[in-house]
Design a protein around this ligand. Sequence first.
Ligand code: ATP
Ligand code: MN
Length: 464
Amino acid sequence: MALKRTKIVDVFDPALVGQQVCVKGWVRSRRGNKFVQFVALNDGSTINNLQIVIDLEKFTEEELRPITTGASLHVEGQLVQSQGKGQTVEVQAQTIEIYGTADPEEYPLQKKGHTLEFLRSKAHLRMRTNTFGAIFRIRHHLAFAIHKFFNDKGFFYLNTPLITASDCEGAGDMFQVTTLDLSDLPKTEEGKTDYSKDFFGKSTSLTVSGQLEGELGATALGAIYTFGPTFRAENSNTPRHLAEFWMIEPEMAFYDITDNMDLAEEFIKYCVNYALEHCQEDIEFLNKMYDNTLIDRLHSVLKEPFVRLTYTEGIEILKQAKKKFEFPVDWGVDLQSEHERYLVEEHFKRPVILTDYPREIKAFYMKQNEDGKTVRAMDVLFPMIGEIIGGSEREADYDKLMSEIERRGIPMKDMWWYLDTRRFGTVPHSGFGLGFERLILFVTGMANIRDVIPFPRTPNNAEF
Ligand code: ATP
Ligand code: MN
């Protein structure tokens, strides 16, 4: 009977020592001499490689020649305590089946130590490296943690549409979705594109946020969260923006802004703690290879409460700062990442929740404060990242919301369904959006958002 495969993550079990095992994976490296060869085998289940020991009395050089970095193998043999240092157990190969070779002249990952930039140009293969293996295992565990956090709190996972007809969310530039023939567009009498001929009978785009639909869910199910792809045609090449990213958007009935802040803080701390507990080896690897302050930073955000202050107070601190900013600060400006990072990294040395922003720089749906100038917004600012969460208490009053929509000239024909939340059984409610990749940036210590999503979409980049 064929021996059942053991995943490499499970093979480091002392109870298996002495047993016959079957392992499968890809060769990370091969070294040795004319008596014995050592193959480091990895199957993606763990950062750790399994050492395969090949006795040259049992195998010919000819048989071993195709075993080069990147080749895929099926190995059977005895699991033994390792004699060498660097690993606890190893497999003494009895049979080796080569599934596929990887020509050393052609295989892009033949050598070690490629730059992250080079690996971005090989995104179709980079998941086979230690670094990207670690990052994408962490990404998985964080996704799972997010569902667990909300599920345990009684929130319902709500799927909001990716194709939307409203272009009023105001969160960013949108990608249009159409089946019209772009080289032969139907025209109206006025000479404009006739979208009534388009697939949905109107102009549509990819969503920039699931929030508006999320509010419909929250005012029915009480508390919901979305977790899905989001699209913004941001034509800026920054290390913190993608054109396609994943966002988590909880939305809660009967939450005011303080409840909202409490939830956001508890949520992020839960995710960071979950990663520390479930991704220890991968985080240690990244800490060792890229940023030896990573683990300390992760622990430090768990330790203390986040600082909470108003935008107005934040501006005062920034104006008094001795630092010279590229973008000048004054009350009313939108904060740049340099300002956010100054508050977090230099002034408070802790994550900061900034509230009560000027209404002119925030979205129309945020609850208006009595001062007539500010809204009940809250942004969570993180070290190395800047804004990681943006949220608010929502304006629940129909008349106030309506007048803001009119003041901004937002087309009503797109908004009637949203306004029904305020017409029928309106309630105080709040929510926020967490950029999933920004959370992963923080947890992995990576510096570029292109390195924490398997297939990044950025301007001029959609090859794989
Ligand atoms: P920023 O000011 O950093 O561009 P934003 O204010 O436009 O962000 P929101 O509309 O508040 O962002 O979106 C909520 C969250 O989504 C942000 O806090 C951030 O974590 C994430 N996010 C926003 N835009 C992007 C993007 N282009 N790529 C990746 N994550 C993003
Ligand atoms: Mn924001």
